[in-house]
Design a protein around this ligand. Structure first.
Ligand code: SF4
Length: 225
């Protein structure tokens, strides 16, 4: 198990702009432009990104289930598709930290809905560079054999992998070690957290799905990659 702390995340200057523009139907008015600039500064200052991950050898993939040598099992047609051909999986959790939740809650309770939406767009978008940062470390750390590669990442709650499978992820990885826990609805607290899986194995055997969105039917989703 490895914890990545004190992450110095490189965040693009225009973080959140694309997401917010799509959310607002294609254009930002001057009020939103101003809010985006103001809130980006605040969000940059209050994030405390962290990650935790561990490696699990895969015993077999059969029908819609993935069996790990540890005894853990994932049940989903899509995670079976992603992990078929992989020999090991890396399970991870990463988070932007709890200050974002606290400040966004305060702003929301003050009745400032627009600022809440803008902050949500910025912090949702920050999860992308954080995911890339953590993914690169995981790949560098895990691909040690020549000719090996990694699958795309997949998360509980994505298409055909139920959110309830978060329970299995949290049995495998102790989210508490980076301040992340599950609530009764199987959502992670802090909300700006992501859990998921990468598969690893010989390049010619692993699944070649480019990104998880390629398996998702939501064609008009504003987060589509
Ligand atoms: S299309 Fe949207 S909902 Fe579907 S996997 Fe991509 S980001 Fe998630």
């Amino acid at each position: 198990m490895r914890i990545i702390d004190n992450i110095d995340l490189k965040i693009p200057d225009n973080i959140g702009r694309q997401f917010l523009t799509r959310l607002m139907g294609g254009k930002l008015n001057p009020q939103l432009e101003k809010l985006l600039e103001e809130k980006t500064k605040i969000c940059r200052e209050i994030i405390t990104p962290k990650a935790i991950y561990d490696t699990f050898p895969i015993e077999k993939v059969e029908n819609s289930s993935v069996y790990f040598k540890s005894g853990n099992i994932f049940n989903s047609p899509n995670i079976s598709k992603i992990l078929k051909g992989s020999e090991i999986a890396v399970i991870f959790i990463f988070t932007l930290g709890n200050k974002i939740d606290l400040i966004t809650k305060e702003v929301n309770e003050s009745g400032d809905t627009l600022s809440t939406i803008v902050m949500d767009a910025i912090t949702t978008s920050m999860l992308d560079p954080l995911g890339d940062y953590v993914g690169n470390i995981i790949k560098k750390d895990t691909i040690k054999e020549k000719g090996w590669g990694s699958t795309c990442t997949y998360s509980p709650g994505q298409f055909k992998w139920t959110i309830e499978e978060q329970k299995e992820i949290f049995k495998m990885i102790d989210g508490n070690k980076i301040g992340v826990k599950l609530n009764k609805s199987m959502l992670m607290i802090p909300f700006k957290s992501i859990s998921g899986v990468y598969g690893f194995g010989p390049e010619d055997k692993i699944d070649k799905t480019r990104v998880s969105c390629d398996l998702c039917p939501r064609q008009n989703c504003i987060g589509r990659r």
